[in-house]
Ligand binder design. Structure first.
Ligand SMILES: [Zn+2]
Length: 263
């Protein structure tokens, strides 16, 4: 029978922890490695909604993109949302695995998946992880179909991610060949994208000042929203885990949603 540790080891192969950023907290974060498991829920984030779903649906493991716990804990009480959810999940014997930035950067991780969704080719890491494997690394660069414009990239993104609108910086008519891809809050990769002569960057969210810098530098910037830029990948991850473990029932959380709304 599959145990927590089998799934944890599979995740470590799929998204090697060496690829995670130094500040991150990845791997098996909560739970008994030897405990047998049958039901696995993937999600973007552990929230009151996804934690309730995991307990009600009797998940044995949550594979959450965003880690919980993330920072070192000095107390575990119900006084704060993160520790309250941890207590709830520990009581229900739900283990927690988080691949986070290792999943962003994995060979077929989120930034790779982003490039596929956007119809880009010839992907490579934007920041190669030299000491580990230079074919792997943080963020990616990929090539748009010949003759693409920023407007084409935006239209594809809206269609692929079922978005009514996206925020962007730049001239829709500007031509786009090389595209930087950085899921989540990827604004900090703008300098690297410029150094790699990218014509555009697709990320989840960026600060106002990063947007100004993009406009001043003439690079297009497409902001999908943090949720849209990563949620699709935990849905694909549920399929990957289900394909690897025939004895597990795996699903992506049906209750989590983007906290940001448009009026
Ligand atoms: Zn994220």
């Amino acid at each position: 029978m599959t145990a927590v540790n089998d799934l944890s080891q599979f995740m470590n192969q799929f998204a090697p922890p060496q690829l995670a950023e130094d500040w991150d907290n990845v791997g098996l974060l909560v739970g008994d490695p030897d405990r047998p498991i049958q039901r696995v829920m993937t999600c973007l984030t552990i929230t009151p909604e996804s934690a309730d779903e995991a307990v009600q649906q009797q998940a044995d493991v949550i594979v959450t993109h965003h880690p919980l716990p993330f920072r070192p804990l000095k107390r575990l009480t119900t006084g704060q949302t993160g520790s309250r959810l941890l207590l709830q999940l520990i009581k229900a014997d739900v283990a927690i695995i988080s691949p986070h930035t290792a999943f962003d950067s994995a060979a077929t991780g989120i930034n790779y998946m982003l490039g596929e969704r956007l119809g880009l080719s010839e992907g490579r890491p934007l920041v190669p992880a030299m000491e580990f494997d230079e074919k792997l690394g943080a963020a990616r660069v990929a090539v748009a179909p010949a003759g693409s414009s920023l407007a084409n990239l935006i239209d594809t993104a809206k269609r692929q991610f079922a978005l009514e609108r996206v925020k962007y910086v730049g001239d829709p008519e500007q031509s786009v060949s090389q595209v930087a891809l950085a899921c989540g809050s990827g604004g900090s990769f703008l300098d690297k994208a410029l150094a790699a002569r990218c014509d555009a960057m697709v990320t989840g969210e960026a600060t106002f000042h990063t947007c100004l810098e993009a406009r001043a530098s003439g690079i297009g910037l497409v902001l999908l929203g943090h949720y849209a830029s990563e949620r699709f990948a935990v849905e694909q991850l549920a399929t990957v885990i289900g394909d690897a473990f025939a004895d597990l029932q795996v699903w992506a959380s049906r209750q989590e949603s983007d906290p940001l709304q448009y009026s």
